[in-house]
Design a binder for this molecule. Structure first.
Ligand SMILES: Nc1ncnc2c1ncn2[C@@H]1O[C@H](COP(=O)(O)OP(=O)(O)OP(=O)(O)O)[C@@H](O)[C@H]1O
Ligand SMILES: [Mg+2]
Length: 344
């Protein structure tokens, strides 16, 4: 039996996936200890944070005019460093759970092709959260590891992680990333497209939670065999009164189709960019899907049809990235290779 070292009892190794819709924290030896919405509620006049995560979500649409709910991440990127720092600080404190006040190190995933500005914003947020020893980790690599792929595998693997704000496409051979690309497109864009469609077709303004529900209930990446409908409530764009409308699966499919097509086209571009040997491997074994938006009905089927490859959905796909981050603690070589930058 492997005993935890004394150091592990008094300090925590933590890993954070600061996602557009959810923040997940992995504590070494304890697993995923935080999995909550990346949301904050603050008081507008004082800018004081009044609620974080699930508590902030509960305030949405119910709080006073002075309370503002924000997501400090947009399209997978830190849009507000100060509030992202507060979010990070809150969740890191929660993950430590009073066990320790110091963290030997914190791993944070970031897109491999993130700009200097994105790095700066995340570094600033980490400083705000009082995290000093931080390693920025290549999100493509951890998306692959979290999908159950052995990093030492001699054959190429292709992973597509479709999140709320980003789609990460990455291919790896024997511990080396051979391709990675980040699209600023994900499930949130489908929600926005549904809000626009309901406004245009039904003169009704609905909120993002309603749009997300419609997507999960009736959204489909291929046309449904049988038309289905669902009821939505919102505010009329004509009279301003609360109203209801019935939306059908055909208009839902049409609204999200451009986003699905963009993702599928990018996967096809990635396949064309792979070296021939790697293409052969992918031809044999297909690709693995991760990220919550890959759960969209018919998405795997659509990719299978258009690429003529096998497509497999990883187990609890929303957790693939945080699982991969956690695995790095047990694999020093993979960790070294996955680090993009370290800040002491
Ligand atoms: N069954 C489902 N069908 C369609 N979409 C779904 C389903 N379940 C979750 N989603 C969508 O998945 C997205 C969240 O996925 P995930 O948790 O992987 O994102 P994230 O990690 O926060 O974002 P990102 O990695 O882009 O920063 C949301 O847009 C959500 O609506
Ligand atoms: Mg994600």
């Amino acid at each position: 039996m492997k005993l935890p070292s004394i150091l592990n009892l008094v300090t925590d190794d933590l890993a954070v996936d600061l996602g557009t819709s959810r923040t997940r924290v992995f504590a070494r030896g304890r697993g995923i200890v935080v999995n909550e919405p990346s949301l904050l509620a603050y008081d507008t006049p004082t800018r004081e944070v009044v609620a974080v995560g699930l508590e902030a979500l509960e305030l949405e649409g119910r709080a006073s005019e002075d309370i503002h709910i924000i997501s400090p991440l947009q399209d997978g990127v830190v849009a507000d460093s100060t509030f992202a720092g507060k979010l990070l600080e809150h969740y890191i404190r929660k993950a430590r759970d009073g066990r320790s006040t110091i963290s030997r190190r914190v791993l944070i995933s970031i897109a491999a092709d993130a700009s200097d500005i994105e790095h700066y914003a995340l570094r600033y947020a980490a400083k705000e959260a009082n995290v000093s020893n931080v390693h920025f980790i290549n999100k493509g690599i951890v998306a692959i590891l979290g999908s159950g792929v052995d990093p030492d595998d001699q054959r190429a693997t292709l992973v597509v992680d479709v999140g709320a704000g980003t789609t990460t496409i990455a291919a790896m051979v024997h511990n080396h990333l051979i391709f990675t690309r980040t699209l600023r497109v994900g499930g949130n864009d489908m929600d926005t497209a549904l809000i626009d469609m309901i406004k245009q077709n039904h003169n009704l303004l609905v909120g993002p939670r309603t749009a997300e529900r419609v997507k999960i209930e009736l959204g489909c990446a291929v046309p449904l065999d049988q038309e289905q409908t669902t009821m939505v409530k919102g505010r009329s764009t004509i009279g301003g009164n609360p109203e209801m409308a019935v939306v059908n699966s055909i208009e839902i499919h049409e609204a999200i189709e451009p986003i699905v097509a963009r993702i599928v086209n990018s996967v096809q571009d990635a396949l064309e960019a792979l070296p021939p040997e790697a293409s052969g491997d992918i031809y044999d074994r297909g690709m693995v899907l991760g990220g919550g938006a890959s759960l969209l009905a018919g998405f795997d089927e659509r990719l299978m049809k258009e690429t003529e490859l096998a497509v497999q959905l990883t187990e609890s796909p929303q957790r693939a990235v945080i699982r991969g981050l956690g695995l790095l603690f047990e694999n020093p070589l993979a960790l070294r290779r996955a680090i993009i930058k370290s800040e002491q």
